[in-house]
Design a protein around this ligand. Structure first.
Ligand SMILES: C[S@@+](CC[C@H](N)C(=O)[O-])C[C@H]1O[C@@H](n2cnc3c(N)ncnc32)[C@H](O)[C@@H]1O
Length: 217
């Protein structure tokens, strides 16, 4: 892990961030980075539940769950008999998830996205939002998500999108290089999913964010 990678990770582990993440930090950042589209930010959880096609009884994994805002929405969708598991490597984020987003059908586990403590094909759906751009080896996390997802299961990813505007690209590269955050090309996730045999691949762009969903082979 480089010094820049460490900076982004340390921010996520700062105990001052977890209490303000869900209601201040994330909405503000999402609103500004996603083209000031408030309607989209408000519908993000419902749209993700729909993209994952969650149904009662499903087992769903939320990778890098932070304080559990999506995990709780997933737990509601798979109730009364399913389970939503959120994994993260920030103890303050997990502590916040267990209080602010507790749910009888949600479990929060300290685990590394790149080395997940689950057997193959364990989940009906896997989600990873706003984290691949700060994980030093995002493709190791991607492979783990594919491994734990059952055949026919759904995956949903939200991450960064490198700008297509050539006059902004150098400034974006400089800013993301300084911060340690990675920008992904528009085709990177869709190509990786297609190569891994996924079908029904969909993609949406909102500002500098990209949303990708697909069905496992
Ligand atoms: C910006 S938050 C995203 C939280 C949530 N998914 C959301 O969309 O709001 C990024 C999270 O990724 C977690 N994270 C970073 N690297 C990780 C890794 N290798 N394994 C698990 N979680 C990780 C951080 O601790 C942080 O809670």
């Amino acid at each position: 892990m480089t010094r820049r990678d460490r900076w982004a990770q340390q921010l996520m582990r700062n105990p001052l961030l977890a209490p303000v993440y869900e209601h201040v930090y994330r909405p503000t950042l999402a609103w500004t980075l996603m083209g000031f589209d408030l309607a989209h930010v408000r519908q993000e959880r419902a749209q993700t539940v729909a993209a994952l096609r969650l149904a009662p009884g499903d087992a769903v994994l939320d990778v890098a769950c932070g304080p559990g805002l999506f995990t709780k929405a997933f737990a509601e969708a798979v109730s009364p008999s399913g389970i939503a598991v959120g994994i993260d490597m920030s103890a303050p984020m997990l502590a916040r998830a267990r209080t602010a987003n507790a749910h009888p059908r949600a479990a929060y586990v300290f685990a590394d996205a790149t080395d997940q403590p689950f057997p193959d094909d364990a989940f009906d759906a896997v989600n990873c939002y706003a984290a691949l751009y700060l994980i030093p080896d995002p493709w190791a996390a991607f492979e783990e998500m594919c491994r734990v997802l059952r055949p026919g299961g759904r995956i949903a990813l939200m991450s960064s999108r490198a700008t297509q505007r050539t006059w902004i690209a150098p400034a974006q590269r400089w800013a993301t290089g300084m911060s340690g955050l990675k920008m992904f090309g528009e085709d990177e996730f869709t190509s990786a999913l297609a190569e891994a045999g996924f079908t029904e691949i969909s993609q949406e762009f909102h500002g500098v964010a990209q949303y990708v969903a697909a069905t496992a082979p």
